[in-house]
Design a protein around this ligand. Structure first.
Ligand code: HEC
Length: 160
């Protein structure tokens, strides 16, 4: 029994509307549009955390304003309603190599919502920390990176 994934992030859960499962060729097109959009969202996560991670590692010089801006972007992105980005039937069993999203995301016992909430919380913590000095940023980068990795480990096909 597959459940409908209404929204990925914890904050978006409250007002989320159920997305109906997709089927047929029209469904495939709609699924591919959703895949494209969610990959773009992930790329924006990566672009913003890239700056923060670079500063934490000392590869990029720390700058409070730039760090704050990237962290605020990430926090704002984490709050977007993703209910239309993850329609049932848009996993890699249905769509093949077009997506790395594992079917387990939509399983009845999936904890993808909890993974999403962990990311929302880590992004909020980074938003508070990033402008407060390099040590402050460094304190928040571990949990933030772990929140990305925790979801990928469980729900993203490796090497894709
Ligand atoms: C709640 C789960 C979850 C969280 C949290 C999450 N991701 Fe993802 N991510 C995924 C899934 C699932 C995919 C595969 C999407 C697809 O291929 O359709 C993915 C794909 C990606 C990709 C590849 C995108 C592409 O163009 O193929 C990047 C890059 C990425 N994530 C970065 C991040 C970063 C950085 C973070 C944290 C700041 C993050 N993700 C947080 C689940 C998550």
């Amino acid at each position: 029994m597959k459940k409908t994934l209404t929204a990925l992030t914890g904050l978006a859960l409250a007002g989320a509307v159920a997305t109906t499962a997709l089927s047929g060729s029209h469904g495939n097109e709609a699924a591919m549009a959703a895949v494209k959009a969610r990959k773009a969202q992930m790329q924006l996560y990566a672009f913003n955390i890239g700056l923060l991670g670079g500063m934490a590692k000392g590869e990029i010089e720390y700058n409070a304003d730039a760090a704050s801006a990237a962290a605020s972007n990430l926090a704002a992105l984490s709050k977007l309603d993703q209910s239309r980005l993850w329609p049932a039937g848009s996993d890699n069993m249905e769509l093949g190599t077009e997506t790395a999203a594992l079917p387990a995301i939509w399983d009845a016992d999936s904890d993808v919502m909890a993974k999403g909430t962990a990311f929302v919380e880590a992004a909020a913590a980074m938003e508070q920390a990033a402008g407060g000095g390099l040590d402050s940023l460094k304190g928040a980068i571990g949990p933030l990176g772990a929140s990305c990795g925790g979801c990928h480990k469980a729900y993203r096909q490796p090497n894709n």
